[in-house]
Design a protein around this ligand. Structure first.
Ligand code: ADP
Ligand code: ZN
Length: 215
């Protein structure tokens, strides 16, 4: 099975949903967005700094993000392979990752790029709700919980992320185009990119990606 994977795609393409499904294959899911949100809810210094960027849709500075990821990759649960969700997002992060993965002897084996049209991204993000407790994703139209506002899996309260509004989303899409999309050619030159259209239902996408990773 392919290990040490990067999951790329614009906000709303379904990275988080797919990543949570892929955990069943035994890899460690590392989401820099989730890590920042955890710091924010614990009101740490890093959280306060990160919130000032995230809520407006901007990227957290490279230096801070790279250091946080470096500490995370050093943990023993990464030894059986990791799935990076939301990192790298800039060329500087991708270059730092090259160095880090060499150091721990875990080269990136594949980069999954999720594609989706902008109109659909806006619909997905504006209707998205997330469980406060377990992080499970929902949508007020497409993926309704059984009981409004309550997580099916753990009974936790559902909330709307502060950056899931039209203004922040515009900024996030702009950052994707300017800062992150160039990484597609960076990894394409290394022969690592595999593209999947995420305009299918989440079960179908998971099956397709799983088949590819196990091939
Ligand atoms: P989405 O892909 O839906 O935008 P994420 O949860 O991956 O959501 O990220 C949320 C926010 O966290 C980003 O908009 C950004 O502000 C910050 N963030 C996450 N990962 C990174 C990163 N690698 N570099 C800089 N900022 C990041
Ligand atoms: Zn939950």
């Amino acid at each position: 099975m392919k290990k040490n994977i990067i999951l790329m795609g614009p906000p709303g393409a379904g990275k988080g949903t797919l990543a949570k499904q892929l955990i069943s294959l035994g890899m460690t899911h590392i989401s820099t967005g989730d890590m920042f949100r955890e710091e924010i809810s614990n009101q740490t210094e890093l959280g306060k700094l990160a919130a000032s960027y995230i809520n407006a849709g901007h990227l957290v500075p490279d230096e801070v993000t790279i250091k946080m990821l470096q500490n995370r990759l050093a943990k023993p649960d990464c030894e059986n392979g990791f799935l990076l969700d939301g990192f790298p997002r800039t060329l500087a992060q991708a270059e730092a990752l090259e160095g880090m993965s060499k150091e721990i002897n875990r080269p990136i084996e594949t980069v999954i790029s999720l594609t989706c049209d902008e109109e659909e991204l806006i619909k997905r993000i504006s209707g998205r709700r997330v469980c406060k407790v377990c992080g499970a994703p929902y949508h007020i139209v497409n993926m309704k919980p059984k009981q409004e506002g309550i997580c099916d899996k753990c009974g936790g309260e559902l909330y709307q992320r502060k950056d899931d509004n039209v203004e922040s989303l515009k900024v996030r899409l702009q950052h994707y185009t300017v800062d992150t999309a160039p990484l597609l050619s960076f990894y394409s030159k290394k022969g690592l990119i595999v593209e999947f259209n995420s305009l299918v239902d989440s079960g179908t996408l998971f099956d397709e990606v799983k088949k590819f990773l196990l091939s």
